[in-house]
Write a protein that binds this ligand. Structure first.
Ligand code: GAF
Length: 377
């Protein structure tokens, strides 16, 4: 069904916001550290029309559960009627109003090509496309960073998932052909040219089809563990522990689990720095081993990998990839593989065969082409 059939009206406009993969810098955003995501060509598209009666109507072509109708002035975190997917766009409308912005009603119809539960930020794409649509419908003139902050607030305070800012910033601010080097403490950003095709390289996504969910407690537990580490070390956030001071810091921590979390975050921030240095020097192939080091750290120190992600990474590397790692929150979801373009089929087949031999679901493999951030169509 299209917008006209659902709402018996024509939309005022169409907007879209992408999913992302993160090249390097995982579980660093809520530690005020560094990340380097790139937007995917997969997007959440929203057609929208203004309403003057304070009612928000939401419809998803993908979920197919009919129209969700909500009164804006009744929206509150935990509103039972905003359950499931509708909590994300409803949360954005709520967060805009909480910020004192004059947002009224709207009819919204969503169509998404971002795989859900694959660790590719389908939620952020849903939030940011909503934020951009309401921004334009109500002439709010918010900057992309502000749309990202509003979207994160929706996810944290309305939906109840304690995510960092990376995914929303990636969806709002990435540009085609670039990775986004972002300092999550002050949102300083730099668009880093990332034209793999020109160098005969590719970035492959392996969606393990093992659903990842941030709301199941493991993500919140990692975040709490990092905060505990920062408290014990007397710093505002783990970003403030220097790589040079890491060994001394670890000696001051009693809990081996927290010690692992701290080691991951501090070394991961350093890996982002190394990857940036290599990309700036035109040594893209040398980023591969940095990705693999990151995976080992996420697997062993941060403990957020899964057998399927480990198999994808180990198989790709064993078949000749330049490097590979899980991407996103972990516990399932997707891995990324940096490889020579000429090796794509061989490595893809090796991953497919390994998954079949292990009795896992057949993974979805596709290329990550660095694409544009949120935009009107
Ligand atoms: C998820 C979160 F939403 C991000 O904020 C980030 O913490 C990521 O996991 C891990 O790097 O995607």
């Amino acid at each position: 069904m299209n917008f006209e059939e659902i709402y018996d009206a024509t939309p005022d406009g169409t907007w879209e916001a992408p999913g992302r993969v993160n090249l390097i810098g995982e579980h660093t955003d809520y530690n005020e550290g560094f990340v380097m995501p790139l937007a995917l060509p997969h997007t959440c598209r929203v057609e929208a029309a203004r309403r003057e009666d304070g009612v928000l109507r939401l419809h998803s072509a993908d979920i197919g559960k009919g129209v969700v109708q909500l009164r804006l002035d009744a929206l509150a975190p935990g509103s039972p009627e905003a359950g499931n997917w509708a909590a994300y766009p409803a949360g954005v409308a709520w967060a805009l109003r909480e910020a004192g912005l004059g947002v009224g009603g709207a009819d919204l119809h969503f169509t998404s090509t971002v795989p859900v539960g694959a660790g590719l930020s389908s939620s952020a794409a849903l939030e940011v496309s909503t934020a951009l649509a309401l921004n334009d419908l109500y002439g709010l003139a918010l900057r992309p960073e502000q749309l990202a902050r509003i979207s994160q607030r929706a996810e944290n305070a309305f939906v109840g998932v304690p995510s960092g800012i990376m995914d929303q910033m990636a969806s709002a601010c990435c540009t085609a052909g670039h990775a986004l080097h972002l300092d999550t403490r002050d949102l300083t950003q730099r668009q880093v040219p990332f034209d793999l095709a020109a160098q005969g390289l590719r970035l492959l996504v392996v969606d393990t089809r093992v659903s990842h969910a941030l709301g199941d407690g493991e993500y919140a537990a990692r975040r709490a563990g990092c905060e505990e580490g920062a408290r014990a070390l007397g710093v505002q956030a783990l970003r403030d522990v220097s790589f040079e001071g890491l060994d001394a810091a670890l000696e001051r921590l009693d809990d081996p689990v927290v010690r692992g979390y701290v080691r991951h975050v501090v070394t991961e921030d350093r890996r982002v720095e190394r990857a940036i240095g290599l990309l700036d020097a035109g040594e893209t192939r040398a980023v591969g081993p940095v990705l693999t080091e990151g995976h080992v750290s996420l697997r062993d120190d941060f403990q957020v990998s899964s057998p399927e992600l480990d198999l994808a990474v180990d198989t790709a590397n064993g078949a000749g990839a330049l490097g590979a790692r899980m991407t996103g929150g972990g516990f399932g979801g997707s891995a990324i593989v940096l490889l020579e373009e000429s090796e794509t089929d061989k490595i893809g087949e090796a991953v497919n065969s390994a998954f079949a031999a292990a009795g896992y679901l057949a993974p979805h493999l596709f290329e990550a082409v660095p694409s544009a951030g949120a935009r009107p169509l």
